[in-house]
Design a protein around this ligand. Structure first.
Ligand code: FAD
Length: 492
């Protein structure tokens, strides 16, 4: 195993491989967002590319193979490893068959095909990025995808170079086997076309380009569509019935339709904007961060989930987010459980008091919300904002609903907690795992790290959610069961 410190030495021995240390990935992404890669390595030579892949595969250094960065969302903290890019771009024809290297731009392949009177790719004119990435994500537009023309794909599987025919590539809508085997790297491809009239093909391409340029101005810092469209037949019947027939194109429902219904057009968070003319287009208007971008993406997904009960799937690829802080998944899951609880609580549930002088369910919920806010939400924020912050202690006695400005609406308190928590989780999503070692000083617990706090939070969460569920269950099924623990008395 080699370390990140040894990797440059071995990579530097490879002829034709250019290395840059601490290279800001914002320079290599169309969003112009993203912190540095420890090393950015680039080559035009296939053998150098494969040699670098071999070295990196045998080392413990993290590797990301990038194309031209038009579909990437890179974390603000960057990528702690090597980002490797291949720019070998040779294209050659043998009759109606074309061989192309993965580093060629898709547009140069489109232009080549048109110039040689080969039909089909003209509808893909203006799709940015390289051929390798286009095969990886089965890029396409106006009813055709690159897979329609692929005969063979040559790739490096980490040990040797192999060739797959079209069927073995398992192409689907915006997907291929290479998306599931992220360690397989495409080197070149063989495509086959029907003949066409170059002048007619060029005319069609020019028309399509004009439409695309109006939708995605060439200087726009974006990734095209953020979310994949949805296949109508795969949607729940209830949702299918909500989709107007004229919205469906080629059996797919544009994700923009679902987003549009939830009113997201024109939404902004800092420098990140949702286009006011296209709900599935998010761009960096200037100074936008990955954190803001993920917040907007999460908010869009949440709105569609709340409204339709379905999950939109990103077409874009995340880089540098996969090392997540511990306990984040559990906490993220509890946001959804809270959603369901909030939706399931009736007014009678909330007003129920187990005995005179005892807290009502609403007051118990306010207490839980308050405790969570002080114990976890504020402490997490403090730890992220400053070094070694003093952390507030919390005792049940200090809580009185009136002091904290709650108006007696337990549901509102829980909703507020839920919204605060979602905000914090969005923030945590963009933090590297190393931020788990940030610490704060607690008067009773002493030094506590963020990772410990999050574990504690996840543990408490499950307890609290059980408590809420229990309250509802008790009220519904055991109305005469008696008071809660003495703890839950108002001004004992
Ligand atoms: C304005 C705009 C419009 C767009 N319109 C469309 C559209 O109409 N249709 C469409 O399908 N897409 C569209 N896209 C998305 C984008 O163009 C495609 O996803 C493109 O294929 C990405 O190419 P890239 O070289 O920039 O790849 P990157 O964004 O750098 O990488 C994308 C993914 O490909 C992987 N990858 C890169 N090279 C290789 C390789 N050699 N082997 C294996 N994996 C590799 C990367 O690891 C990454 O996961 C649009 C993007 C923009 C910005």
């Amino acid at each position: 195993m080699s370390s990140i410190d040894e990797a440059p030495v071995r990579l530097a021995e490879i002829p034709d491989l250019q290395l840059t240390r601490n290279s800001p990935l914002s320079r290599h992404t169309r969003f112009e967002i993203g912190g540095p890669a420890s090393i950015y390595a680039e080559t035009r030579t296939e053998s150098a590319f494969v040699d670098a892949l071999r070295i990196l595969r045998r080392s413990s250094v993290r590797l990301f193979v990038a194309g031209s960065g038009t579909n990437l969302v890179v974390a603000d903290a960057g990528f702690p490893g090597v980002v490797l890019a291949f720019s070998g771009d040779a294209i050659s024809a043998d009759g109606n068959r074309v061989t192309v290297q993965a580093g060629a731009s898709l547009q140069s392949l489109v232009d080549f095909a048109i110039a040689h009177g080969l039909k089909g790719l003209d509808s893909m004119t203006g799709i940015p990025g390289q051929v390798g990435a286009a095969i990886y994500g089965n890029a396409g537009a106006y009813g055709s995808s690159i897979s329609d023309f692929i005969r063979e794909v040559r790739f490096f599987d980490g040990g040797s170079i192999r060739t797959f025919d079209n069927a073995a590539c398992e192409f689907r809508y915006r997907s291929s086997i290479f998306k599931r085997h992220k360690d397989w790297v495409i080197l070149s491809a063989l495509l086959e076309f029907q003949p066409g009239d170059p002048i007619a093909l060029a005319g069609r391409a020019a028309q399509i380009l004009a439409v695309r340029n109006a939708k995605y101005p060439p200087e726009m810092r974006c990734a095209g569509s953020i979310f994949k469209n949805l296949i109508l037949a795969e949607l729940p019947a209830r949702v299918q019935a909500m989709v107007p027939p004229d919205v469906v194109k080629g059996g797919k429902v544009p994700s923009a339709w679902f987003l549009d219904v939830t009113g997201v057009k024109g939404m902004k968070s800092g420098g990140i904007h949702v286009a006011d003319y296209h709900a599935n287009l998010i761009y960096n208007a200037g100074g936008g961060t990955a954190r803001e971008l993920r917040q907007v993406i999460n908010e869009l997904k949440r709105r569609v989930r709340d409204r339709f009960g379905i999950d939109l799937e990103e077409e874009i690829q995340y880089v540098g987010f996969d090392e997540r802080l511990p306990a984040l998944d559990i906490l993220a899951a509890t946001v959804r459980i809270l959603d369901e609880l909030i939706a399931g609580l009736s007014r009678e549930d909330l007003d129920w008091q187990p005995a005179p002088g005892r807290w009502s369910v609403a007051e118990v919920l306010m207490h839980l919300a308050h405790c969570e806010e002080v114990c976890f939400v504020r402490r997490t924020r403090d730890m992220l904002d400053q070094d070694d912050p003093p952390l507030a202690a919390y005792t049940v006695e200090e809580f009185t609903a009136a002091d904290w400005g709650f108006n007696g609406d337990g549901l509102a308190a829980l909703t507020r907690l839920h919204d605060l928590r979602r905000g914090i989780l969005d923030m945590l999503e963009t933090q590297p795992a190393s931020s788990g070692s940030r610490a704060g000083i607690h008067p009773d617990l002493g030094r506590i790290t963020l990772a410990e706090l999050l574990n504690e939070w996840a543990f408490h969460d499950l307890g609290h959610i059980r408590q809420i569920a229990e309250i509802v269950r008790v009220r519904r099924f055991y109305p005469d069961m008696g008071p809660f623990r003495p703890l839950y008395t108002v001004n004992p």
